[in-house]
Design a protein around this ligand. Sequence first.
Ligand SMILES: [Zn+2]
Length: 228
Amino acid sequence: MHGDEPGGLRIVRTLRARRASIRGVQIWVIDSLNPDGLARGTRTNARGVDLNRNFPQDWRPIGVRGSRFHSGPRPSSEPETRAVRRFIARIRPDVSVWFHQPYGFVVLPSDRSDATTVHRRYAREAELPARRLGGPRLTGTAIAWSNRRVGGTAFVVEPRGGAVPAAVARRHARAIIAVARGGQAGSSGSAAGADAGSTCTSCTPIPFGSGSAWASLARASASDRSSG
Ligand SMILES: [Zn+2]
């Protein structure tokens, strides 16, 4: 999402390296929503827009082109935003994990929701705290759009700043697999494992060029959905 927060890349590469051992769930991996920002080391995309203020959920105008949190001229004005919206609307992930940096915690829902099972499971596996983000409510974010308009559980994970060590990347990869198997908040987490023989596993990049990482989207099997 933010080109100056590339830590998630190592996590998704670690996850891809394990693909042969992942059974019973589909995991879709996007290296970077913001390949231009990644190449330039900037938060915004090449047109100076903060993509995580550009989604249509509660969008409002912020800043001017090139300023740090510029939300773009209108909701979904940016091609990256539209591309990932189409992708998510098609896949309809049960769980999606969006990597940012550098806070070092799993971000709990800011609306004080009690539906934090998935977040806390991830935090446990990744050995990170789970906290709410302080400050004013954010507008135009990807996870708010995904949660409200698509469904499932979308949330932000913030590894600590700087390079992500290999051991940390492994813990995050394990956490992604764990929440993927657990499906949506409130489900038992065992259904996918029980159904492992009949479901398909894929771990496929979508066309955003090469580069950094941040979104990984896990979709539980059809039978998990119907039972949950
Ligand atoms: Zn960020």
